[in-house]
Design a protein around this ligand. Structure first.
Ligand code: ZN
Length: 392
C-alpha cells in the first residue's frame, strides 16, 4: 500500500542529510510524504511510493538556508560597484541612494523585484530565506517593506536601524526614538526578527543595544550586522543580547571569537554568519573562518543579497567562495549553507534531511556536494523540492 502523496527519490549518488553534524550516505534513497522527509537509507531497502524519481547517481542535498538578504528595494548600484572595482572604497552611506529609490517606488515595483529575486534564489537551490527591511526608514516605508517581505517568507527582519536617513542627519536621537517607537510598533506585527547595523557610519554600541532591547520588548528576536567594515562592538552586543546570529564577522578580536564560542552551539548560541559575497564584491579581506571553527563557533553562510555591497542571490557561489577563499572544507561549507543557516534562524525543521524534516531538497547535476565548489559559476541545481512540492 503506497501513500497517495509520496515520492521516492532513488539512485542518489550522495545524500547529504546533516542529521548529526555533517552526514552523507552513498547509494541512497529518500522518501517524501506530503511535506516532510519520511524515510532515508540504502536505495536497496527503500519502501515503495506513489511516484519514483531516478537521481541517476546525482547528489541530493538539503535546500540552502539563506539567513541574510535585503530584497525589498528599488533601483540598482552597478555604477557604484564599477567605481569600487576602480578603487573607491565601500561606505555604509551608499545605502541612502537605495533608500531614495525605494521610497519613490510603488508597491508593484517592489513586489515584482522581490518576486524576481526569490525566483532566482529558488532556481539556485535556496528553499528558506530571510528578508530584511531597511531601505524605507520612515514609519510607512518600513511597514510597507516588512509587509511585502512577509508575503514571501516567515523570516522577516525589521532593520529600521540600517543607517540614519538624511532628514535625521542632525538628530540621531530623534531617529532612534522613531525606530524604537512608532516604526517598531508598525513593523513588529509583520516581523520575527530585529536587526541593527552596528558599525562606524551606522549605529554605535549604545544605539544598537537600545534598538535590540526595544525590539525584544515588542516580541522580536535579535540579530546583528557586526564587524563588517572594521573592528567594533557589534559581536559583543550581539552575544550579550542573545542574538541568533552576528553577521559579517570580518574583523574579529580574540575576545569576539571567545564570546561567540562561549555563547554555545546548537539552537541557543550566537552563530557567526559569514557573507563571502560581500568580501568578493567590496574587495575587502575575507573573514578568518578557520579561526572561528577552531574555537568551536557555529558558522553559517549567507548571501547578503542587496543592491550595494553584494548583489548575488547565489548560495552555490557563496559555498565556492567559502571553500576557495576562506578555506572551509567542502563539507563545512555545505553544512554552513544549510544546517548553519537553519541555526542562524533558530529553525529545526530545515537545513537537514532527517526523518521529519521539511522536505526541502535539491538535486545536483553532479555526483557529490563537492561539485558546488569544483564547478563554480555553473548552474548545477537540476531540481528543487520545497515542502515536498517539486518547484523546478
Ligand atoms: Zn546585510
Amino acid at each position: 500500500m503506497t501513500h497517495p502523496h509520496s515520492t521516492l527519490i532513488t539512485g542518489i549518488g550522495e545524500l547529504v542529510t546533516n542529521e548529526d553534524g555533517w552526514t552523507a550516505l552513498t547509494g541512497a534513497a529518500l522518501v517524501i510524504e506530503d511535506q516532510t522527509v519520511a524515510w532515508t537509507g540504502p536505495a536497496g531497502s527503500a519502501p515503495a511510493a506513489d511516484r519514483v524519481v531516478d537521481a541517476a547517481g546525482r547528489a541530493v542535498l538539503p535546500g540552502f538556508v539563506d539567513s541574510h538578504a535585503h530584497l525589498v528595494f528599488a533601483g540598482e548600484r552597478s555604477a557604484e560597484f564599477a567605481a569600487r572595482m576602480a578603487g573607491t572604497p565601500y561606505q555604509a552611506g551608499g545605502i541612502r541612494s537605495t533608500v531614495a529609490a525605494t521610497r519613490g517606488a510603488p508597491d508593484e515595483v517592489l513586489r515584482a523585484n522581490l518576486a524576481r529575486l526569490t525566483r532566482e534564489m529558488l532556481a539556485q537551490g535556496t528553499t528558506t530565506l530571510e528578508c530584511k527591511s531597511g531601505y524605507g526608514l520612515t514609519v510607512a516605508d518600513e511597514a510597507r517593506a516588512v509587509a511585502l517581505a512577509a508575503e514571501v517568507t516567515p523570516e522577516v527582519t525589521f532593520l529600521g536601524a540600517h543607517v540614519v536617513p538624511p532628514e535625521y542627519e542632525d538628530d540621531r536621537a530623534g531617529y532612534l526614538d522613531l525606530v524604537c517607537g512608532p516604526m517598531l510598533t508598525a513593523c513588529a506585527p509583520h516581523a520575527r526578527w530585529v536587526d541593527v547595523f552596528c558599525e562606524q557610519g551606522a549605529f554605535d554600541a549604545d544605539e544598537a543595544r537600545a534598538v535590540l532591547a526595544a525590539g525584544h520588548a515588542a516580541g522580536l528576536l535579535p540579530r546583528v550586522h557586526a564587524n563588517q567594515l572594521g573592528p567594533g562592538p557589534g559581536v559583543q552586543v550581539a552575544v550579550a543580547a542573545g542574538a541568533a546570529a552576528a553577521d559579517h564577522c570580518t574583523y574579529l578580536s580574540d575576545a569576539d571569537v571567545d564570546a561567540l564560542a562561549a555563547s554555545g552551539t546548537g539552537f541557543s548560541g550566537t552563530v557567526a554568519t559569514l557573507l563571502p559575497g560581500v568580501e568578493f564584491s567590496t574587495r575587502q579581506p575575507y573573514p578568518d573562518a578557520r579561526r572561528l571553527l577552531a574555537a568551536g563557533v557555529t558558522v553559517a553562510l549567507a548571501t547578503d543579497c542587496n543592491p550595494g555591497s553584494c548583489f548575488t542571490s547565489s548560495m552555490p557561489l557563496c559555498v565556492a567562495l567559502a571553500v576557495r577563499e576562506m578555506r572551509l572544507t567542502t563539507q563545512e561549507a555545505v553544512w554552513a549553507a544549510t544546517a548553519g543557516g537553519a541555526r542562524a534562524l533558530r529553525r529545526t525543521d530545515v537545513g537537514h534531511l532527517g526523518v521529519g524534516a521539511r522536505a526541502d531538497l535539491i538535486l545536483l547535476d553532479g555526483p557529490s556536494h563537492t561539485y558546488l565548489a569544483y564547478r563554480p559559476g555553473v548552474p548545477l541545481v537540476r531540481a528543487v523540492w520545497r515542502s515536498g512540492h517539486r518547484e523546478l
